[in-house]
Ligand binder design. Structure first.
Ligand SMILES: [Fe+2]
Length: 211
């Protein structure tokens, strides 16, 4: 694992230039974004266990449990980015993730005990993943432009895991969740609805459309 203590003086020096003066630049925006995503990751480490508890299918429980471990790792990785900038980790309130998590909790209240529970959890989980993907994509690019090469590599590694987690949720949805959402009796049955019709032809939710 690369040491965080050998980061280029270019990055640390640039970061220290950010805090004074009225004219804020890309380095300031990068730092704001890192604080924002740090807040989001910590928030998600608290939100994911509630989703795991409510999930019904084992593959969804496994995927969320695996991503909770990754998310705890993301907190550590973002702390490494702060270290590369010679800064102590600091979170700044992120209204976007607060909204996504608040909405997820509301949806869980409404659907957590219904046959659409797993669909509802994936619905909310992918909202969080897509938020993270867009932020890590931007932050990775900002880091590249600013010459923060080690930070860029760390952010890319998180981005890769977020994309994989999102893809996994889509696969689970495509395999199973559409039965529950459609109210089918054949939740465990494979590829047909209870009356034997192919599911896609019955107009069950096609989660592929969300990709
Ligand atoms: Fe994350």
């Amino acid at each position: 694992m690369p040491s965080t203590s050998t980061h280029s003086t270019k990055a640390a020096g640039a970061a220290k230039k950010t805090s004074s003066g009225k004219d804020k630049g890309l380095a300031d925006l990068f730092l704001h974004g890192i604080k924002d995503i740090y807040y989001a990751e910590k928030k998600l480490t608290k939100a994911l266990p509630k989703m795991i508890k409510a999930a019904k299918s084992q593959d969804l429980i496994d995927a969320l449990t695996s991503h909770l471990k990754e998310t705890e790792g993301h907190v550590t990785k973002v702390e490494q980015v702060f270290a590369l900038l010679d800064m102590a980790p600091k979170a700044v309130k992120c209204d976007a993730i607060d909204g996504i998590v608040a909405e997820a909790e509301e949806i869980l209240k409404d659907f957590g005990k219904t046959s659409a529970a797993d669909a509802a959890i994936i619905f909310s989980g992918q909202a969080a993943e897509h938020y993270e993907i867009t932020r890590y994509g931007s932050l990775r690019t900002f880091a590249e432009v600013l010459g923060y090469d080690k930070a860029s590599n760390i952010l890319q590694s998180i981005l890769d895991q977020e994309k994989a987690a999102d893809k996994k949720l889509s696969e689970i949805a495509e395999d199973r969740v559409d039965y529950a959402a459609a109210g089918s009796d054949s939740y465990e049955d494979g590829n047909v609805l209870s009356d034997g019709e192919p599911r896609k032809e019955k107009g069950a939710i096609n989660w592929r459309l969300w990709q």
